[in-house]
Unconditional design. Structure first.
Lengths: 275, 184
Protein backbone atom coordinates (compact mmCIF):
# COMPACT_ATOMS: atom_id res chain seq x y z
CA UNK A 1 0.00 0.00 0.00
CA UNK A 2 2.90 2.39 0.62
CA UNK A 3 3.50 3.05 -3.09
CA UNK A 4 -0.24 3.44 -3.63
CA UNK A 5 -0.46 6.11 -0.96
CA UNK A 6 1.85 8.19 -3.14
CA UNK A 7 -0.35 7.72 -6.21
CA UNK A 8 -2.20 10.83 -7.23
CA UNK A 9 -5.98 11.11 -7.02
CA UNK A 10 -7.41 10.69 -10.50
CA UNK A 11 -11.04 11.61 -9.92
CA UNK A 12 -13.99 10.22 -11.89
CA UNK A 13 -13.31 8.16 -14.97
CA UNK A 14 -15.02 6.06 -17.59
CA UNK A 15 -14.37 2.54 -18.79
CA UNK A 16 -13.37 3.12 -22.42
CA UNK A 17 -15.52 1.30 -24.99
CA UNK A 18 -15.26 1.77 -28.76
CA UNK A 19 -18.75 3.34 -29.16
CA UNK A 20 -17.57 6.16 -26.84
CA UNK A 21 -14.64 7.03 -29.08
CA UNK A 22 -15.84 10.41 -30.39
CA UNK A 23 -17.94 11.38 -27.35
CA UNK A 24 -15.03 11.16 -24.93
CA UNK A 25 -13.18 13.82 -26.90
CA UNK A 26 -16.27 16.00 -27.13
CA UNK A 27 -16.68 15.74 -23.34
CA UNK A 28 -13.06 15.78 -22.23
CA UNK A 29 -13.63 18.12 -19.31
CA UNK A 30 -16.15 15.68 -17.81
CA UNK A 31 -13.77 12.70 -17.82
CA UNK A 32 -10.81 12.77 -15.45
CA UNK A 33 -9.33 9.50 -16.68
CA UNK A 34 -10.10 6.38 -18.70
CA UNK A 35 -9.91 2.78 -17.66
CA UNK A 36 -8.95 0.58 -20.61
CA UNK A 37 -9.48 -3.17 -20.85
CA UNK A 38 -5.89 -4.37 -20.95
CA UNK A 39 -6.67 -7.53 -22.94
CA UNK A 40 -7.95 -5.47 -25.89
CA UNK A 41 -4.45 -4.09 -26.46
CA UNK A 42 -2.46 -7.32 -26.25
CA UNK A 43 -1.09 -8.27 -29.68
CA UNK A 44 -2.77 -5.09 -30.88
CA UNK A 45 -3.21 -4.59 -34.60
CA UNK A 46 -2.16 -1.25 -36.05
CA UNK A 47 -5.58 0.33 -35.50
CA UNK A 48 -5.75 -0.69 -31.83
CA UNK A 49 -2.16 0.43 -31.26
CA UNK A 50 -2.98 3.84 -32.74
CA UNK A 51 -6.10 4.01 -30.59
CA UNK A 52 -4.01 3.28 -27.51
CA UNK A 53 -1.48 5.98 -28.45
CA UNK A 54 -4.26 8.51 -29.04
CA UNK A 55 -5.93 7.72 -25.72
CA UNK A 56 -2.63 7.79 -23.88
CA UNK A 57 -1.75 11.19 -25.33
CA UNK A 58 -5.07 12.68 -24.28
CA UNK A 59 -6.11 10.94 -21.07
CA UNK A 60 -4.69 9.44 -17.94
CA UNK A 61 -5.15 5.68 -18.47
CA UNK A 62 -5.60 2.81 -16.02
CA UNK A 63 -5.25 -0.71 -17.49
CA UNK A 64 -7.80 -3.21 -16.17
CA UNK A 65 -7.18 -6.91 -16.83
CA UNK A 66 -9.68 -9.74 -17.22
CA UNK A 67 -7.55 -12.84 -17.37
CA UNK A 68 -4.55 -12.70 -15.02
CA UNK A 69 -6.41 -15.44 -13.14
CA UNK A 70 -4.85 -14.45 -9.82
CA UNK A 71 -6.72 -17.24 -8.05
CA UNK A 72 -5.39 -20.04 -10.28
CA UNK A 73 -3.78 -22.64 -8.08
CA UNK A 74 -1.65 -23.75 -11.03
CA UNK A 75 -0.12 -20.25 -11.21
CA UNK A 76 -0.08 -17.31 -13.58
CA UNK A 77 0.11 -17.57 -17.35
CA UNK A 78 3.56 -16.09 -18.00
CA UNK A 79 2.80 -15.06 -21.56
CA UNK A 80 -0.27 -13.13 -20.42
CA UNK A 81 1.72 -11.48 -17.64
CA UNK A 82 4.42 -10.46 -20.10
CA UNK A 83 1.84 -8.81 -22.36
CA UNK A 84 0.31 -7.05 -19.37
CA UNK A 85 3.78 -5.83 -18.32
CA UNK A 86 4.44 -4.43 -21.81
CA UNK A 87 1.16 -2.52 -21.74
CA UNK A 88 1.82 -1.10 -18.27
CA UNK A 89 5.30 -0.09 -19.39
CA UNK A 90 3.83 1.75 -22.37
CA UNK A 91 0.97 3.45 -20.48
CA UNK A 92 2.88 4.28 -17.25
CA UNK A 93 -0.31 4.32 -15.15
CA UNK A 94 -0.71 5.23 -11.49
CA UNK A 95 -1.92 1.66 -10.86
CA UNK A 96 -3.43 -1.28 -12.75
CA UNK A 97 -6.03 -3.83 -11.75
CA UNK A 98 -7.45 -7.31 -12.13
CA UNK A 99 -9.90 -9.56 -10.28
CA UNK A 100 -9.86 -11.91 -7.30
CA UNK A 101 -10.98 -15.02 -9.15
CA UNK A 102 -9.75 -17.72 -11.47
CA UNK A 103 -10.47 -17.84 -15.19
CA UNK A 104 -8.58 -20.93 -16.26
CA UNK A 105 -7.49 -24.31 -14.96
CA UNK A 106 -6.08 -27.48 -16.48
CA UNK A 107 -6.03 -26.01 -19.98
CA UNK A 108 -9.69 -24.92 -19.87
CA UNK A 109 -10.40 -21.23 -20.27
CA UNK A 110 -13.68 -20.64 -18.44
CA UNK A 111 -14.31 -17.44 -20.34
CA UNK A 112 -15.38 -15.43 -17.32
CA UNK A 113 -14.50 -14.64 -13.72
CA UNK A 114 -15.06 -17.72 -11.55
CA UNK A 115 -15.22 -17.41 -7.77
CA UNK A 116 -12.79 -18.91 -5.29
CA UNK A 117 -13.70 -20.74 -2.11
CA UNK A 118 -13.11 -18.42 0.83
CA UNK A 119 -10.35 -20.57 2.32
CA UNK A 120 -6.83 -20.03 3.67
CA UNK A 121 -5.50 -22.11 0.78
CA UNK A 122 -7.11 -19.73 -1.75
CA UNK A 123 -5.68 -16.71 0.11
CA UNK A 124 -2.22 -18.28 -0.14
CA UNK A 125 -2.68 -18.96 -3.87
CA UNK A 126 -3.74 -15.37 -4.59
CA UNK A 127 -0.87 -14.04 -2.48
CA UNK A 128 1.70 -16.19 -4.31
CA UNK A 129 0.36 -15.16 -7.72
CA UNK A 130 0.24 -11.48 -6.79
CA UNK A 131 3.84 -11.66 -5.61
CA UNK A 132 4.82 -13.08 -8.97
CA UNK A 133 3.03 -10.21 -10.74
CA UNK A 134 4.69 -7.68 -8.43
CA UNK A 135 8.11 -9.11 -9.27
CA UNK A 136 7.47 -8.42 -12.97
CA UNK A 137 5.45 -5.18 -12.77
CA UNK A 138 6.51 -2.56 -10.24
CA UNK A 139 3.44 -0.36 -10.75
CA UNK A 140 0.91 -0.97 -7.93
CA UNK A 141 -1.69 -3.67 -8.60
CA UNK A 142 -5.16 -3.30 -7.08
CA UNK A 143 -7.60 -6.17 -6.75
CA UNK A 144 -11.32 -6.25 -7.56
CA UNK A 145 -14.14 -8.15 -5.86
CA UNK A 146 -16.38 -10.07 -8.30
CA UNK A 147 -20.03 -11.08 -8.40
CA UNK A 148 -20.60 -14.75 -7.88
CA UNK A 149 -23.38 -17.24 -8.45
CA UNK A 150 -21.51 -20.09 -6.78
CA UNK A 151 -20.61 -20.27 -3.07
CA UNK A 152 -18.61 -23.14 -1.72
CA UNK A 153 -19.75 -24.97 1.42
CA UNK A 154 -16.07 -25.57 2.19
CA UNK A 155 -15.44 -21.84 2.70
CA UNK A 156 -13.75 -21.14 6.03
CA UNK A 157 -14.60 -17.44 6.27
CA UNK A 158 -16.90 -14.84 4.76
CA UNK A 159 -15.96 -12.74 1.75
CA UNK A 160 -15.03 -9.67 3.80
CA UNK A 161 -12.51 -11.64 5.84
CA UNK A 162 -11.23 -13.29 2.66
CA UNK A 163 -10.54 -9.91 1.04
CA UNK A 164 -9.03 -8.56 4.25
CA UNK A 165 -6.58 -11.46 4.43
CA UNK A 166 -5.63 -11.02 0.78
CA UNK A 167 -4.99 -7.30 1.28
CA UNK A 168 -2.92 -8.09 4.35
CA UNK A 169 -0.87 -10.82 2.62
CA UNK A 170 -0.26 -8.94 -0.63
CA UNK A 171 -0.12 -5.28 0.36
CA UNK A 172 -2.40 -4.55 -2.60
CA UNK A 173 -5.11 -1.95 -2.57
CA UNK A 174 -8.71 -2.81 -3.40
CA UNK A 175 -10.77 -1.95 -6.42
CA UNK A 176 -14.14 -2.18 -4.75
CA UNK A 177 -16.89 -2.76 -7.28
CA UNK A 178 -19.86 -1.31 -5.42
CA UNK A 179 -22.27 -2.81 -7.97
CA UNK A 180 -20.81 -6.29 -7.45
CA UNK A 181 -21.07 -5.82 -3.70
CA UNK A 182 -24.69 -4.70 -3.94
CA UNK A 183 -25.59 -7.58 -6.32
CA UNK A 184 -24.00 -10.21 -4.05
CA UNK A 185 -25.73 -8.71 -1.00
CA UNK A 186 -29.11 -8.99 -2.72
CA UNK A 187 -28.59 -12.45 -4.23
CA UNK A 188 -27.26 -13.94 -1.01
CA UNK A 189 -29.16 -11.81 1.51
CA UNK A 190 -26.39 -10.12 3.47
CA UNK A 191 -25.95 -6.56 4.66
CA UNK A 192 -23.46 -4.65 2.50
CA UNK A 193 -22.82 -2.20 5.36
CA UNK A 194 -21.62 -5.06 7.54
CA UNK A 195 -19.43 -6.18 4.64
CA UNK A 196 -17.87 -2.69 4.57
CA UNK A 197 -17.38 -2.92 8.36
CA UNK A 198 -15.41 -6.10 7.75
CA UNK A 199 -12.90 -4.89 5.16
CA UNK A 200 -10.05 -2.40 5.53
CA UNK A 201 -11.84 0.44 3.72
CA UNK A 202 -8.69 2.55 3.89
CA UNK A 203 -7.28 0.08 1.32
CA UNK A 204 -9.98 0.93 -1.22
CA UNK A 205 -8.17 2.87 -3.93
CA UNK A 206 -10.77 2.85 -6.66
CA UNK A 207 -14.41 1.88 -7.15
CA UNK A 208 -16.40 0.61 -10.11
CA UNK A 209 -20.05 1.51 -10.46
CA UNK A 210 -22.88 0.86 -12.95
CA UNK A 211 -26.48 -0.31 -12.67
CA UNK A 212 -27.40 -3.87 -11.79
CA UNK A 213 -29.65 -5.95 -14.03
CA UNK A 214 -32.44 -8.27 -12.95
CA UNK A 215 -32.41 -11.71 -14.59
CA UNK A 216 -35.24 -13.77 -13.12
CA UNK A 217 -34.78 -14.09 -9.39
CA UNK A 218 -31.21 -12.85 -9.45
CA UNK A 219 -29.39 -9.62 -10.05
CA UNK A 220 -26.48 -9.84 -12.48
CA UNK A 221 -23.62 -7.54 -13.49
CA UNK A 222 -24.63 -7.00 -17.11
CA UNK A 223 -23.05 -3.51 -17.13
CA UNK A 224 -25.96 -2.39 -19.28
CA UNK A 225 -28.10 -0.27 -16.95
CA UNK A 226 -28.12 3.14 -15.39
CA UNK A 227 -26.76 3.26 -11.85
CA UNK A 228 -29.72 2.98 -9.50
CA UNK A 229 -30.17 4.80 -6.19
CA UNK A 230 -29.36 1.69 -4.12
CA UNK A 231 -25.92 1.51 -5.71
CA UNK A 232 -25.33 5.25 -5.31
CA UNK A 233 -26.06 4.62 -1.63
CA UNK A 234 -23.25 2.04 -1.42
CA UNK A 235 -20.98 4.47 -3.29
CA UNK A 236 -21.82 7.26 -0.83
CA UNK A 237 -21.10 5.01 2.13
CA UNK A 238 -17.69 4.00 0.72
CA UNK A 239 -16.83 7.67 0.13
CA UNK A 240 -17.74 8.47 3.74
CA UNK A 241 -15.35 5.79 4.96
CA UNK A 242 -12.32 6.46 2.78
CA UNK A 243 -10.69 8.93 0.41
CA UNK A 244 -10.93 7.34 -3.01
CA UNK A 245 -8.31 7.98 -5.67
CA UNK A 246 -10.62 7.06 -8.50
CA UNK A 247 -14.12 5.95 -9.49
CA UNK A 248 -14.98 4.41 -12.84
CA UNK A 249 -18.34 4.05 -14.55
CA UNK A 250 -18.24 0.63 -16.18
CA UNK A 251 -20.91 0.61 -18.90
CA UNK A 252 -20.51 -2.18 -21.48
CA UNK A 253 -23.78 -2.27 -23.40
CA UNK A 254 -27.24 -0.86 -24.02
CA UNK A 255 -25.45 2.46 -24.47
CA UNK A 256 -27.57 5.52 -23.73
CA UNK A 257 -27.06 8.99 -25.24
CA UNK A 258 -23.72 10.20 -23.93
CA UNK A 259 -25.42 12.93 -21.89
CA UNK A 260 -26.67 10.23 -19.54
CA UNK A 261 -23.13 8.95 -19.09
CA UNK A 262 -21.96 12.49 -18.34
CA UNK A 263 -24.74 12.91 -15.78
CA UNK A 264 -23.62 9.76 -13.98
CA UNK A 265 -20.02 10.96 -13.95
CA UNK A 266 -21.16 14.28 -12.50
CA UNK A 267 -23.19 12.55 -9.83
CA UNK A 268 -20.19 10.41 -8.86
CA UNK A 269 -17.98 13.50 -8.71
CA UNK A 270 -20.46 15.29 -6.48
CA UNK A 271 -20.62 12.32 -4.12
CA UNK A 272 -16.83 12.04 -3.97
CA UNK A 273 -16.43 15.76 -3.28
CA UNK A 274 -19.18 16.07 -0.69
CA UNK A 275 -18.40 12.95 1.30
CA UNK B 1 -8.18 -32.86 -3.29
CA UNK B 2 -6.34 -29.55 -3.24
CA UNK B 3 -7.42 -26.33 -4.88
CA UNK B 4 -5.48 -27.11 -8.05
CA UNK B 5 -7.45 -30.31 -8.73
CA UNK B 6 -10.71 -28.74 -7.58
CA UNK B 7 -10.28 -25.86 -10.05
CA UNK B 8 -9.49 -28.25 -12.90
CA UNK B 9 -12.71 -30.14 -12.23
CA UNK B 10 -14.76 -26.96 -11.74
CA UNK B 11 -13.45 -25.46 -14.99
CA UNK B 12 -14.66 -28.58 -16.83
CA UNK B 13 -17.92 -28.63 -14.91
CA UNK B 14 -18.66 -24.97 -15.75
CA UNK B 15 -18.02 -25.45 -19.46
CA UNK B 16 -19.13 -29.01 -20.23
CA UNK B 17 -22.87 -29.82 -20.27
CA UNK B 18 -22.22 -33.54 -20.63
CA UNK B 19 -19.98 -33.69 -17.57
CA UNK B 20 -22.54 -31.80 -15.48
CA UNK B 21 -25.31 -34.16 -16.57
CA UNK B 22 -23.21 -37.23 -15.85
CA UNK B 23 -22.21 -35.84 -12.44
CA UNK B 24 -25.87 -35.25 -11.53
CA UNK B 25 -26.87 -38.70 -12.83
CA UNK B 26 -24.06 -40.63 -11.16
CA UNK B 27 -22.12 -38.41 -8.77
CA UNK B 28 -20.17 -41.24 -7.12
CA UNK B 29 -18.85 -42.60 -10.42
CA UNK B 30 -18.14 -39.25 -12.12
CA UNK B 31 -16.71 -37.79 -8.93
CA UNK B 32 -14.33 -40.64 -8.24
CA UNK B 33 -13.30 -40.76 -11.90
CA UNK B 34 -12.20 -37.15 -11.38
CA UNK B 35 -10.39 -37.87 -8.09
CA UNK B 36 -13.06 -36.27 -5.88
CA UNK B 37 -13.42 -37.52 -2.31
CA UNK B 38 -16.84 -38.41 -0.89
CA UNK B 39 -16.96 -35.12 1.01
CA UNK B 40 -16.12 -33.17 -2.13
CA UNK B 41 -18.75 -35.06 -4.13
CA UNK B 42 -21.38 -34.22 -1.48
CA UNK B 43 -20.30 -30.58 -1.43
CA UNK B 44 -20.53 -30.14 -5.20
CA UNK B 45 -23.76 -32.11 -5.37
CA UNK B 46 -25.33 -29.69 -2.90
CA UNK B 47 -24.73 -26.75 -5.25
CA UNK B 48 -24.64 -28.24 -8.74
CA UNK B 49 -28.28 -27.97 -9.70
CA UNK B 50 -28.67 -24.49 -8.32
CA UNK B 51 -25.51 -22.44 -8.27
CA UNK B 52 -23.14 -24.29 -10.65
CA UNK B 53 -25.84 -24.82 -13.28
CA UNK B 54 -26.77 -21.15 -13.03
CA UNK B 55 -23.14 -20.02 -13.43
CA UNK B 56 -22.61 -22.40 -16.36
CA UNK B 57 -25.70 -20.97 -18.05
CA UNK B 58 -24.45 -17.42 -17.55
CA UNK B 59 -21.11 -18.38 -19.14
CA UNK B 60 -22.91 -19.91 -22.11
CA UNK B 61 -25.10 -16.85 -22.68
CA UNK B 62 -22.11 -14.54 -22.41
CA UNK B 63 -20.37 -16.49 -25.18
CA UNK B 64 -23.52 -16.61 -27.27
CA UNK B 65 -24.20 -12.87 -27.02
CA UNK B 66 -20.65 -11.97 -28.02
CA UNK B 67 -20.75 -14.30 -31.02
CA UNK B 68 -24.20 -13.00 -32.04
CA UNK B 69 -22.74 -9.49 -31.97
CA UNK B 70 -19.75 -10.45 -34.13
CA UNK B 71 -21.79 -12.54 -36.62
CA UNK B 72 -24.83 -10.28 -36.64
CA UNK B 73 -25.91 -10.95 -40.24
CA UNK B 74 -25.80 -14.70 -39.79
CA UNK B 75 -27.59 -14.44 -36.43
CA UNK B 76 -30.28 -12.28 -38.00
CA UNK B 77 -30.95 -14.86 -40.73
CA UNK B 78 -30.79 -17.99 -38.58
CA UNK B 79 -32.90 -16.46 -35.78
CA UNK B 80 -33.52 -19.13 -33.12
CA UNK B 81 -31.53 -21.74 -35.07
CA UNK B 82 -28.39 -19.67 -34.43
CA UNK B 83 -28.73 -20.47 -30.72
CA UNK B 84 -29.55 -24.12 -31.40
CA UNK B 85 -26.42 -24.56 -33.49
CA UNK B 86 -24.29 -22.57 -31.04
CA UNK B 87 -25.41 -24.84 -28.21
CA UNK B 88 -24.08 -27.87 -30.12
CA UNK B 89 -20.91 -26.03 -31.12
CA UNK B 90 -20.18 -24.72 -27.60
CA UNK B 91 -19.97 -28.28 -26.30
CA UNK B 92 -17.28 -29.15 -28.82
CA UNK B 93 -15.08 -26.07 -28.67
CA UNK B 94 -13.73 -23.82 -25.91
CA UNK B 95 -11.70 -20.78 -26.99
CA UNK B 96 -8.25 -20.55 -25.42
CA UNK B 97 -6.78 -17.38 -26.89
CA UNK B 98 -6.75 -13.85 -25.45
CA UNK B 99 -9.34 -12.71 -28.00
CA UNK B 100 -11.66 -15.56 -27.10
CA UNK B 101 -14.90 -14.10 -28.47
CA UNK B 102 -13.28 -13.46 -31.82
CA UNK B 103 -11.84 -16.99 -31.81
CA UNK B 104 -15.28 -18.32 -30.89
CA UNK B 105 -16.94 -16.40 -33.74
CA UNK B 106 -14.40 -17.55 -36.34
CA UNK B 107 -14.65 -21.18 -35.28
CA UNK B 108 -18.44 -21.06 -35.08
CA UNK B 109 -18.62 -19.57 -38.56
CA UNK B 110 -16.56 -22.50 -39.89
CA UNK B 111 -18.81 -24.87 -37.97
CA UNK B 112 -21.86 -23.38 -39.71
CA UNK B 113 -20.15 -23.40 -43.12
CA UNK B 114 -19.64 -27.16 -42.82
CA UNK B 115 -23.12 -27.87 -41.47
CA UNK B 116 -25.43 -29.63 -43.94
CA UNK B 117 -28.56 -28.37 -42.16
CA UNK B 118 -27.79 -24.75 -43.04
CA UNK B 119 -29.11 -23.14 -46.22
CA UNK B 120 -26.19 -22.74 -48.67
CA UNK B 121 -26.69 -18.98 -49.00
CA UNK B 122 -26.64 -18.58 -45.20
CA UNK B 123 -23.34 -20.48 -45.19
CA UNK B 124 -22.08 -17.86 -47.64
CA UNK B 125 -23.20 -15.14 -45.26
CA UNK B 126 -21.30 -16.81 -42.40
CA UNK B 127 -18.23 -17.08 -44.64
CA UNK B 128 -18.56 -13.40 -45.59
CA UNK B 129 -18.64 -12.40 -41.90
CA UNK B 130 -15.72 -14.66 -41.02
CA UNK B 131 -13.59 -13.09 -43.75
CA UNK B 132 -14.59 -9.58 -42.64
CA UNK B 133 -13.54 -10.38 -39.05
CA UNK B 134 -10.23 -11.87 -40.23
CA UNK B 135 -9.47 -8.76 -42.28
CA UNK B 136 -10.25 -6.27 -39.52
CA UNK B 137 -8.68 -8.19 -36.66
CA UNK B 138 -5.55 -9.73 -38.14
CA UNK B 139 -4.17 -6.79 -40.10
CA UNK B 140 -4.32 -8.73 -43.37
CA UNK B 141 -3.53 -6.66 -46.46
CA UNK B 142 -6.02 -8.55 -48.53
CA UNK B 143 -8.79 -10.99 -47.80
CA UNK B 144 -10.99 -12.42 -50.54
CA UNK B 145 -13.99 -14.70 -50.32
CA UNK B 146 -15.52 -16.54 -53.22
CA UNK B 147 -19.26 -16.94 -52.62
CA UNK B 148 -21.75 -19.07 -54.53
CA UNK B 149 -24.63 -16.70 -53.86
CA UNK B 150 -25.07 -12.99 -54.41
CA UNK B 151 -25.67 -11.89 -50.82
CA UNK B 152 -25.40 -8.15 -51.47
CA UNK B 153 -29.07 -7.16 -51.17
CA UNK B 154 -29.91 -9.56 -48.37
CA UNK B 155 -26.96 -8.43 -46.25
CA UNK B 156 -28.33 -4.88 -46.39
CA UNK B 157 -32.01 -5.69 -46.09
CA UNK B 158 -33.38 -8.76 -44.23
CA UNK B 159 -36.67 -8.38 -46.13
CA UNK B 160 -34.98 -8.64 -49.54
CA UNK B 161 -35.60 -11.86 -51.49
CA UNK B 162 -33.35 -14.88 -50.96
CA UNK B 163 -29.97 -14.45 -52.68
CA UNK B 164 -29.70 -15.81 -56.20
CA UNK B 165 -27.19 -18.50 -57.15
CA UNK B 166 -24.51 -16.30 -58.74
CA UNK B 167 -20.77 -16.49 -58.20
CA UNK B 168 -19.71 -13.44 -56.20
CA UNK B 169 -16.39 -12.16 -54.84
CA UNK B 170 -16.03 -10.17 -51.65
CA UNK B 171 -12.67 -8.44 -51.27
CA UNK B 172 -11.14 -6.39 -48.48
CA UNK B 173 -7.94 -4.43 -49.18
CA UNK B 174 -5.59 -2.38 -47.06
CA UNK B 175 -3.28 0.29 -48.51
CA UNK B 176 -1.40 2.32 -45.92
CA UNK B 177 -3.97 3.71 -43.47
CA UNK B 178 -6.88 3.21 -45.83
CA UNK B 179 -9.10 0.17 -46.26
CA UNK B 180 -11.32 -0.73 -49.19
CA UNK B 181 -14.09 -3.25 -49.56
CA UNK B 182 -16.07 -4.32 -52.57
CA UNK B 183 -18.34 -7.20 -53.45
CA UNK B 184 -19.05 -8.10 -57.08
Amino acid sequence: MSTLLQSKTLGVGLGFREPFRSDIFLNRTEIDFLEITADHYFDANEAKQKELELLNENFELIPHGLDLSLGSAEGIDEEYLEKFAELVEFVQPEWFSDHICFTRAGGTNIGHLAPLPFTREAVAVVAANVKKVQRVIETPLILENITYLVRFPSSEMDEAEFLTRIVSETGCGLLLDVTNLYINSQNFAFDWRRFLDGIPTESVVQVHFVGSHRNGKRLIDAHSDKTEEEIWEVFREVCKRTELKGAVLERDGNFPPFDEIVNELRQARTIMQTN
Amino acid sequence: MGLIEQQKFLAKLYTDDTLRKSFIKDPAFTGSANQLSEIEIRELLSIIETEIECFAESLYFKRLHEVERLLYLTARELKHDFRTHFKVFSNTFIPDQVKKHLQDALEFSEFLESNSEIEPWVKDLAKFERCRLEFHNFERRIVAAQLKYDIRERSKDPLASEPALRRTFAVWLRAGNRTFHFIR
